[in-house]
Design a protein around this ligand. Structure first.
Ligand code: CA
Length: 235
């Protein structure tokens, strides 16, 4: 039996997400759905898809930014979905590395034919995303959940790892306090900035040569944190 292609759908509108999940499921695709960009970046790794269907208007990270983050780690086909008044966004999305687009509302037949065309063009290449991050001495193996500084393996608590992994998925980009709190601790904790300060302090203590002058875990004052990326960090 032929393997069913797997699609990652990134769409914040619950009704539209359900509709697409059901429709595509009926057409023999395996569907994994994410309602925001940070969850999508995590799902890319845990459930590697053959193709991404991405709504440009997402609540947490701008769709353009998400495409750029994804393109650092994967060549998988990306179809973007946009609302009618977003023509500029479509051009930008294609420039950022999207392969095709559809403007809402569109028919199921149209979506299916675009998906199938892109899958044919991509051939039988297995869905894959680069998942080992190395910047300077810092190495993070996302699936094996292992972290090294040079040759020394560093033990992290589950929460510390989750925080570091979220920054790694978005390496080179700032992740806001709110995004980190929501992703790592949950939506009820988005005001608890002191958690972040404490855990970032611990991570720096474990990973940085000089925690007071961090090389990897950078503060973006008043905004959030960014994992510094040196060169081509993903393999
Ligand atoms: Ca949306």
């Amino acid at each position: 039996m032929k393997t069913r292609p797997s699609l990652l759908l990134i769409e914040d509108d619950p009704q539209f997400r359900l509709l697409l999940t059901t429709t595509l499921g009926h057409h023999n695709f395996i569907i994994h759905a994410a309602e925001n960009a940070l969850d999508a970046l995590e799902l890319m790794r845990s459930k590697p898809p053959n193709l991404l269907v991405l709504d440009l208007g997402l609540p947490d990270i701008d769709g353009q930014d998400l495409i750029r983050r994804l393109r650092k780690r994967t060549d998988l086909p990306i179809i973007v979905l946009s609302a009618r008044n977003q023509e500029m966004d479509i051009t930008q999305a294609l420039d950022s590395g999207a392969d095709d687009y559809l403007t809402k509302p569109f028919s199921n037949a149209e979506l299916l034919s675009r998906i199938n065309a892109l899958l044919r063009r991509a051939g039988k290449a297995p869905g894959g995303v680069l998942e080992i991050f190395q910047s300077g001495e810092l190495k993070i193996e996302l699936t094996k959940r292992r972290v090294f500084v040079g040759t020394r393996e560093i033990h992290l608590t589950p929460l510390e790892f989750k925080l570091l992994a979220t920054l790694a998925h978005n390496a080179g980009f700032v992740v806001t306090h709110r995004q980190l709190l929501e992703k790592v601790w949950g939506a009820a904790f988005i005001e608890h900035n002191h958690y972040l300060r404490i855990y970032m302090g611990q991570l720096r203590h474990k990973l940085e040569n000089d925690p007071a002058r961090p090389r990897y875990l950078l503060t973006e004052p008043g905004v959030g944190y960014r994992l510094h990326e040196e060169g081509n960090a993903w393999t």
